[in-house]
Design a protein around this ligand. Structure first.
Ligand code: SF4
Length: 359
């Protein structure tokens, strides 16, 4: 394993880390050293100490899913008494309430429902756009791939049609770990890592930005965490279309996979490593939804410059029994109490509103 000092020097001298460097850091560097290195990189990119967040709502239009991932507590079988598809009117009411609270974005994700095809989403998105001025940041690569297969057209043609109907940008969900050994264990029916990457590359080619996520803390190795980051970095080198990286931890409650949750230390070290490894990503989000407010606040010293979203509604992590909730004011207070300037942003990180710092 490489001497740790050599790797510190690479970070300080703005040199890109390779997989072995990342692994050595994760295995050998202590928590505070990782934080210091990540903070050094964050300060270069965000010297004004601004921490952003977006006001949005997750709308889970259905909980029926053909993929049945072992780590997921949200999905239901089509014949379950708890299975649902939201009506258009219910979706419209949720969007209206989001806009009333200053929201600028909706994140619509299922379930991959076997009966909801491309024309359903074209109709839904165009109906939303004809009524509301809001960013439609929706459908993960697994849903988009399924729609393209059902319609028997390419992913890029599927995205063109969705984009024309009103889809603006793509959330990075369903990345889990972009290594097929892990995917075969935690989500064997879901798309493989190359399909996830192909959807993102196609979206970026069309000028549709996306985020990238990583769910860790289940069955992956440390090296696989780093492979995930390197694969994202390579896509970003090619397209520049990722707006942010969002690492979050597996929540075992009510899942088939079971097991334990990652500790706060494991979360913060991986978060810090992502800031150091992903040298072509501007924004790294803290995950208060899985970590709670206090660890999310600490995450700002470990490379994060964004508090994610207010999530007026969140159902997927809540299904695993984790129900942290926060108002916009609480997010602003947390950011300010940590010594940063809070700002509301839009989906592509334009600042919409700055909050005056407390005296
Ligand atoms: S994680 Fe997504 S794709 Fe997997 S079962 Fe849950 S809803 Fe379906």
């Amino acid at each position: 394993m490489k001497p740790i000092k050599t790797i510190f020097n690479k970070v300080i001298n703005r040199k890109r880390l390779d997989t072995d460097d990342g692994l050595a850091l994760l295995k050998q560097a202590d928590l505070l050293t990782m934080g210091e290195l990540a903070n050094t990189v964050r300060k270069r990119l965000h010297p004004k100490r601004i921490v952003t967040f977006v006001v949005d709502r997750n709308i889970n239009y259905t909980n029926v899913c053909v993929n049945k991932c072992a780590f997921c507590a949200f999905y239901r079988e089509a014949n379950s008494p708890e299975a649902y598809i939201l009506s258009k009117d219910e979706i419209f009411r949720k969007i209206e309430a989001t806009i009333d609270q200053g929201g600028t974005q909706i994140l619509m994700q299922g379930g991959v429902h076997p009966d909801l095809e491309l024309d359903y989403f074209e109709d839904l998105f165009s109906s939303i756009k004809s009524r509301f001025s809001i960013q439609i940041h929706s459908l993960s690569p697994a849903e988009i791939t399924f729609l393209s297969q059902k319609a028997d057209i390419t992913v890029i043609d599927t995205l063109k049609r969705l984009n024309k109907a009103g889809l603006d940008s793509i959330p990075g969900g369903g990345a889990e770990i972009l290594v097929d050994r892990v995917r075969k264990k935690v989500s064997p029916n879901k798309i493989r890592w190359r399909q996830w990457a192909d959807v993102m590359k196609a979206a970026h080619t069309l000028g549709m930005p996306s985020t990238a996520t990583m769910m860790f803390g289940s069955v992956e190795t440390e090296k696989e965490i780093i492979s995930h980051m390197v694969r994202l970095r390579e896509i970003q080198d090619d397209t520049g279309g990722f707006t942010a990286f969002i690492p979050w931890t597996y929540q075992p409650g009510n899942t088939k996979l079971g097991g334990r949750s990652a500790t706060a230390v494991e979360y913060l070290k991986v978060l810090a490593l992502s800031r150091i490894m992903l040298d072509n990503f501007d924004n790294i989000q803290a995950s208060w939804v899985t970590q709670g407010a206090k660890i999310a606040q600490v995450a700002l010293e470990f490379g994060a410059n964004d508090f994610g979203s207010t999530m007026i509604e969140e159902n997927v992590v809540a299904a695993a029994g984790v129900t942290f909730r926060m108002t916009q004011q609480e997010i602003v207070n947390l950011i300010q109490d940590a010594g940063y300037h809070a700002a509301q942003r839009d989906t592509t990180y334009n600042i919409l509103r700055k909050f005056s710092t407390k005296a």
